[in-house]
Ligand binder design. Structure first.
Ligand code: HDE
Length: 701
């Protein structure tokens, strides 16, 4: 007698091997044709195979996220360096021997699911840690402050920022009237606006972004002592960005730029890494600053409260299935573990309601917590039952408490005090719909951010504002925005005003951006903070991509030498030629290269640096507009360029007189005997941008 093998109820993954079946396991003869009467007759209603397949397809989409719809994610782990038991009793932060599994989803706030990765926007940085005490989510951003102070304004902010409702234009962009109408009437948003106009809003990759928990949280230790905390993720590769012109080109050339980069970095073994940082403030220091620590439009200057690096997050595995994992993952600020708690930040309080609510509408049932990507790694035990798509088969008849049947389980953790216990904060006072007076300084930290920028960073902010506000059609809104900018810095406002055809009081000469600083307030007395600037970040070649231009007659040895050196440094060279297949070169007999891309399939915007190897190829490349554009665009975007041997001729021919040569990341080495040192200098230059080159539009051709 044979018994059917008992089905493993926990099985949730499949590689779809074996015979083709229906969703209920019935083997199917074929699904290439539907069931019909004779060869040319009508299809039969009886065809359950067809109906099941179409019905499943018809329901394949779930509503995209209202915000942060466009995203990409990866698996990894988190490990704390040393026990933080003095601050918290959370196991994930107290056991250095523990590798806690994590799933991290990066996203853009505004665009729809199919929008371009490189839009100017805040990036979501949502971390789910599957700890032994339940899931802990830090649902953060790559910008440390938010647009608004109170959750009740969130729908207004998002309605104003999303495409305008009458024509759904523009997609994934803040450059339109309703956004600036709202911003110009909401001064609390100006600090975040400065960040969004800066290069932070166009990151080079997810691996080169900082992450922030934004709100002030609490850490609570075993003795019940609470310490205020801000969470930071510091990228090991440093913070790096694109430039605006480049980001816009990438949006067309490769809208998947960031998700592709994340995917490829992990497949190549270049695992993205961040250190967890904490800034802490003791309970009795709550009122130490001239701003309220519960105000999410304020950061804590690192000069006052340095960031302590306490652990490391590594992303080392791509998801197997985008929908099942990245699309169905459900984050929530309420996913916290014993040892971590909330504060009365009014934005956080509203979020604590919103996330669970949104999952019900997206995922359709409170059982979304049972989906593989959402369920915790520790046991779940309570008296909750039923609802749509229940996966767990609870045994026994007790689904209530108190109960005496079935051994009366699960037990509350109260007697042991080992479970989550809310911090017993004292709260008194009348109920009122009011904003705290300690939240009222909206300009001080916007000025702090502006003051902290280097001249090129200031220039980029100005260019972004000029570009955005030029697209605002209503003059009154543009003028109101200029008034807002004036409250941050007069020079900033004047330079933007000039592009908008407006003049501000003054003698009409445009002031120097470099000297534009403003008095700060609400910043604990700090007037400029190095931590806010992206200058001086580590510039690693790891995971960077270099374009190598070839044509027939290229010196293959030069190409191979660079490829090998790049590989050793964790970077990648991509050969770009006139066609795919084999390009004959010079060197050993049969020397040749195989391009991965052609000028038709790629663009200089997609690379971190450019290499022009020597050879007879240069004679052809010099005559090619595409090759010259590669040089000028790479130069314009501040990226490293190296030319060796005859390659120097193309470099000189393409760059106009007055362009930087042999300085600021532009390197030429005619003597091929010195290839090695040239290569090493080049590789050292590809992980950073080189500002200070004379801009092409200020050079005469
Ligand atoms: Fe969110 N936010 N948010 N948010 N948020 C969502 O939840 C919301 C806010 C953030 O990769 C939604 O599952 C309200 C701040 C990220 O899946 C929704 C308020 C910060 C993600 C929601 C805020 C964030 C979300 C939409 C004002 C930075 C994507 C889909 C009180 C600290 C997570 C979803 C992912 C997603 C509500 C403000 C970050 C609707 C009401 C501040 C990274 O629930």
């Amino acid at each position: 007698m044979s018994t059917e093998k008992t089905r493993d109820l926990a099985t949730v993954t499949t590689d779809d091997k074996g015979p083709l079946t229906t969703n209920l396991g019935q083997p199917i003869d074929t699904d290439q044709n539907s069931l019909r009467v004779a060869e040319r007759g009508p299809t039969l209603l009886e065809d359950y195979v067809l109906r099941e397949k179409l019905q499943h397809f018809d329901h394949e989409r779930i509503p995209e996220r209202i915000v942060y719809a466009r995203g990409a994610a990866a698996h990894g782990y988190f490990q704390v360096y040393e026990s933080l038991a003095d601050l918290t009793r959370a196991k994930v932060l107290t056991d250095p021997g523990l590798q806690t599994p994590v799933f991290v989803r990066f996203s853009t706030l505004l665009g729809a699911r199919g929008s371009a990765d490189t839009a100017r926007d805040v990036r979501g940085f949502a971390v789910k840690m599957y700890t032994s005490e339940g899931n802990w989510d830090i649902v953060g951003n790559n910008i440390p402050v938010f647009f608004i102070q109170d959750a009740v304004k969130f729908p207004d902010l998002i309605h104003a920022a999303k495409p305008e409702p009458h024509n759904e234009i523009p997609q994934a962009a803040t450059a339109h009237d309703t956004f600036y109408d709202f911003i110009s009437l909401t001064p609390e948003s100006l600090h975040m606006l400065m960040w969004v106009m800066s290069d932070r809003a166009i990151p080079r990759s997810y691996a080169t972004m900082e992450g922030f928990g934004v709100h002030t949280f609490r850490l609570v230790n075993a003795a019940g002592k609470s310490t205020f905390v801000k969470f930071h993720w510091k990228p090991v590769l440093g913070v790096h960005s694109l430039v605006w012109d480049e980001a816009q080109q990438i949006a067309g050339r490769d809208p998947d730029f960031h998700r592709r980069d994340l995917w490829e970095a992990i497949e190549d073994g270049n695992f993205p890494e961040w250190e967890l940082g904490i800034q802490t403030l003791s309970e009795d220091e709550e009122d130490r600053f001239d701003f309220d620590i519960r105000d999410a439009t304020k950061l804590w200057p690192e000069e006052l409260l340095p960031v302590r690096r306490v652990g490391r997050l590594t992303l080392n595995r791509n998801p197997d299935n985008y929908f099942a994992e990245t699309e169905q993952v459900a984050f929530s600020t309420t996913n916290i573990v014993p040892g971590i708690d909330f504060t009365d930040d009014p934005l956080l309080q509203g979020r604590n309601f919103s996330y669970q609510d949104t999952q019900l509408s997206r995922l359709g049932s409170p059982n979304f917590t049972e989906l593989p990507i959402n369920r915790p790694i520790c046991p779940v035990s309570n008296n909750q039952r039923d609802a749509r798509m229940r996966f767990t088969i609870n045994k026994g008849r007790v689904s209530y408490t108190p109960a005496s049947l079935d051994g009366h389980s699960p037990d509350e953790t109260m007697p042991s005090r080992k479970g989550f216990v809310s911090y017993p904060q004292t709260v008194t006072g009348p109920k009122m719909r009011i904003r705290s007076r300690r939240f009222s300084d909206h300009y001080g930290q916007a000025r702090l951010f502006w003051n902290s920028m280097t001249p090129p960073e200031k220039e980029h902010i100005v260019q972004a504002l000029q570009s955005e506000l030029s697209k605002v059609e209503t003059r009154a809104v543009r003028q109101r925005m200029l008034e807002s900018l004036q409250t941050i810095n007069e020079t900033l406002a004047a330079v933007v005003a000039a592009t908008l055809g407006e003049t501000l009081p003054g003698d009409g000469t445009l002031p120097e951006l470099a000297d534009a600083v403003s008095p700060t307030s609400a910043s604990g007395g700090v007037s400029a903070s190095k931590a806010l600037s992206m200058a001086g970040q580590p510039g690693s070649p790891k995971a960077r991509k270099v374009a190598i231009l070839v044509e027939a007659g290229v010196d293959v040895a030069q190409v191979e030498a660079l490829q090998a050196a790049l590989k050793a440094a964790g970077a990648k060279g991509e050969i770009i030629g006139p066609h795919l297949g084999t390009i004959p070169g010079i060197g050993a007999a049969d020397a040749s290269v195989q391009p991965a891309k052609t000028f038709a399939s790629t663009s200089p915007a997609l690379y971190d640096a450019l290499y022009i190897p020597g050879g007879q190829s240069i004679r052809i490349l010099k005559k090619k507009g595409d090759a010259r554009v590669f040089v000028t665009q790479t130069y314009k975007h501040g990226k490293a360029i190296a030319a060796t041997g005859e390659g120097v001729d193309l470099l000189k021919a393409a760059l106009p007189a007055g362009a930087a040569l042999d300085q600021l990341g532009v390197l030429s080495e005619r003597d091929t005997a010195r290839l090695d040192t040239a290569t090493q200098r080049f590789i050292a230059a590809i992980g950073s941008r080189h500002w200070g080159r004379a801009a092409l539009d200020r050079i005469s051709y």
